[in-house]
Ligand binder design. Structure first.
Ligand code: ADP
Ligand code: MG
Length: 670
């Protein structure tokens, strides 16, 4: 019997196919690991549904979309990209033959922009809906709005679209009610008890400390040397922490003497495996392979292992209690990626990973008091805590003008919607009446944050996109500068990075990105060049691919009849920075005293240049700067900084105060 026949979903195959056939909307729920993501699309494919169109399955995380597609292609014994494929931002692995398509929720949103009836699809499966990602929430509302009216169900389509909504948690009544009381199919699962214990390392006062990495390592090693056979899954928040923890684990695990230390004599070694979003996929595949005999596997992962990917054989969980989350920071008026305590429901989800095949144990490194005082009951949906600028522009481009009364599963606060409208107005993407402008129509075509899209379009209209597209690409991939933890190596890397900054002529972090891109691209030994300069070759390789795709999109936009054309005669260096101003005038700061700058966006936050910038320590020579993003610790730092002249933003800055949100609130409903 093949592996997949052991999965809980298998016994319900026929009923599930029938349930999808019987109703246009269906909610499917089942424990993580029951087989929803990998099996249901295959069942529908086998049932012949694809003769009328594709099956599209969305995932909130790009790694999940890629990994799952690989797995399903393997199970269906086809080459990835043929019958089974995936599409994520800047990486399309599908062909004409693809009928089972895994993709990120953001990609499906873009497809709706191009074809709101989704005519190519027979079934759309929104997966991992319990994660409540921004794009999934918007898709839920859109699919409800476009397809739930039975009178219009086939509107323009030959057959109605089937919508399946999958969730790991049992709060399905709300989903079903939202989708017009559609049927719910619950896959019964078995789970085994998981004993949870609290630790003493992280208390309510330790929110800012990062000592939890060391503590997690200590606890994991303790599990390894005292507990019976069974794999360990450790939850941390991101790549650098995970690498740090893995290094510590390697170091400590080497000195274990298995003759004396190990309680369970069947374990004689530890296999340490990191798992995070930007990891190469071939390395990710290792995670799923069983460890060799007598070896215990220890996976050190981000939240991706909580529900998106299921690893078999896990018996022990070590939970740090933290997660990296994008939150709107009202102090600086921007979205910031920050480390925060997880919610109680998230902690339960993490613990549950230990009880899939037998009873398990979960070791929480935080105290009971931390749980009670610092951890919220539930995670706030992304739509209620991040910037809505891109989403509101998408809705407006789809002809949905009343963005306040859009069917949201959970409504965002009205002020967040108004803030988004204000930003769109500042970027000239909508007019005073709230209608999308020609520029707005162009901006929505670029898979970039609105400010960066605006800068790229400015460059394109001036015919100098070759300066901006590499920068946009570099800002769209993971960090490209290697920052070794070791102090001596750090010094070496700093010297190389400084040299690259100087090479760009003017001290300007955006120009440095451009220099790195061009220098590496023209090198005949690009990977060696990266190694010499402490640059992540993998990140740069993705940046090359992203830039090519952005080139194609821009070329396509430029062929449009009314694409704006402007001229500029002046230095290239000034031209470059003026294009940046067009997109980043919302992120302009003026030096006040000493090293401090004051932002000009109305928040008037006091900020400082981050030490990673080539302009750090040159503050005395600067008056006006613009920046890409901020890092909030006890201070607010600006990162990726460029010096500018006041004249270049003089006409743009008033736009930041020109329209108040109340004026826009009337257009929000139109
Ligand atoms: P669900 O979506 O209900 O959480 P999945 O369909 O993701 O469940 O997982 C079903 C099973 O397939 C799990 O046992 C999981 O470990 C296994 N699986 C998923 N992806 C892979 C992979 N890439 N390699 C090996 N096993 C996998
Ligand atoms: Mg799943």
């Amino acid at each position: 019997m093949s592996e997949s026949k052991h999965l809980p979903i298998y016994r319900h195959k026929a009923e599930l196919i029938q349930a999808v056939k019987n109703s246009n909307f269906l909610v499917v729920t089942g424990e993580t690991g029951s087989g929803k993501t990998t099996q249901l699309p295959q069942y529908l494919y086998q049932a012949g549904i694809c003769k009328d169109g594709k099956i599209g399955i969305t995932q909130p995380r790009r790694v999940a979309a890629i990994t799952v597609a690989q797995r399903v292609a393997q199970e269906m014994q086809c080459t990835l990209g043929r019958e089974v494929g995936y599409q994520v931002r800047f990486d399309d692995c599908t062909t004409q033959d693809t009928v089972v398509k895994y993709m990120t929720d953001g990609c499906l949103l873009r497809e709706i922009l191009a074809d709101s009836l989704l005519s190519q699809y027979r079934v759309v499966i929104l997966d991992e809906v319990h994660e409540r990602s921004l794009s999934t929430d918007i898709l839920l509302g859109l699919l409800k709005k476009i397809f739930s009216d039975p009178a219009k169900a086939t509107s323009g389509r030959s057959v109605p679209l089937k919508v399946v909504v999958m969730s790991a948690t049992l709060d399905t009544d709300k989903l079903s009610a939202f989708l017009g009381d559609c049927p719910v199919f619950a896959i019964p699962g078995r789970t085994f008890p998981v004993t949870c214990t609290f630790g003493s390392a992280v208390g309510p006062k330790d929110i800012e400390s990062t000592n939890y990495v060391k503590e997690v390592v200590k606890v994991a090693l303790n599990v390894h040397t005292t507990e019976m056979a069974g794999d360990i899954l450790v939850f941390l928040t991101g790549q650098s922490e995970i690498e740090q923890a893995c290094d510590l684990l390697y170091e400590k695990a080497e000195s274990i003497d298995y003759r004396y230390d190990v309680y369970d004599q069947t374990v004689e070694g530890l296999l340490i495996l990191p798992l995070y979003g930007s990891m190469p996929t071939d390395q990710q595949r290792q995670i799923f392979q069983p460890a060799p005999p007598r070896i215990r596997k220890c996976v050190v992962a981000t939240n991706i292992a909580a529900t998106s990917l299921t690893i078999n054989g896990i018996k022990y969980i070590v939970d740090s209690g933290f997660v990296k989350q994008l939150n709107h920071n009202s102090r600086v008026g921007m979205d910031i990626l920050e480390v925060v305590p997880i919610s109680k429901s998230e902690a339960q989800q993490r613990a549950g990973r230990a009880g899939r095949t037998s009873a398990g144990k979960c070791f929480r490194i935080y105290t009971k008091e931390f749980w009670e005082k610092k951890m919220p009951e539930f995670t706030v949906p992304e739509i209620q805590r991040t910037s809505l600028t891109s989403v509101v522009l998408t809705l407006k481009c789809l002809g949905i003008h009343d963005v306040i009364r859009f069917p949201y599963l959970d409504c965002p606060e009205e002020r967040f919607i108004l803030e988004a409208l204000k930003q769109l107005y500042q970027f000239d993407a909508i007019d005073r009446r709230g209608r999308v402008t020609q520029l707005g129509e162009l901006m929505v075509e670029l898979p970039l944050p609105p400010g960066l899209a605006r800068a790229v379009l400015k460059a394109a209209s001036l015919g100098c996109q070759d300066l901006l597209l590499p920068v946009a690409a570099m800002l769209s991939v993971e960090n490209i500068f290697i920052r070794p933890g070791h102090p001596n190596k750090q010094k070496e890397a700093d010297i190389k990075h400084r040299a690259l900054a100087t090479r760009s002529g003017s001290m300007n972090d955006f120009a440095t990105l451009l220099t790195v891109f061009q220098a590496c691209k023209s090198s005949d030994r690009p990977s060696g060049w990266c190694k010499d300069n402490w640059i992540h070759w993998r990140a740069l390789k993705s940046a090359f691919a992203v830039e090519t795709q952005l080139q194609e999109i821009v070329a396509h936009l430029q062929r449009k009849r009314d694409f704006p054309v402007e001229t500029f005669d002046g230095q290239k260096n000034e031209l470059f920075r003026r294009c940046l101003c067009a997109g980043y005038f919302t992120n302009v700061a003026r030096r006040s005293v000493g090293k401090a700058f004051c932002t000009m966006d109305g928040h008037g936050s006091i900020v400082q240049i981050h030490p990673s910038s080539s302009l750090f320590d040159q503050e005395a020579e600067l008056n006006w700067v613009l920046f890409h993003d901020v890092l909030v610790t006890s201070r607010v730092y600006i990162r990726t900084v460029c010096p500018i002249q006041y004249e270049w933003v003089k006409d743009l800055l008033p736009k930041l105060h020109e329209v108040d949100v109340y004026e826009l609130s009337s257009v929000a409903r139109k």
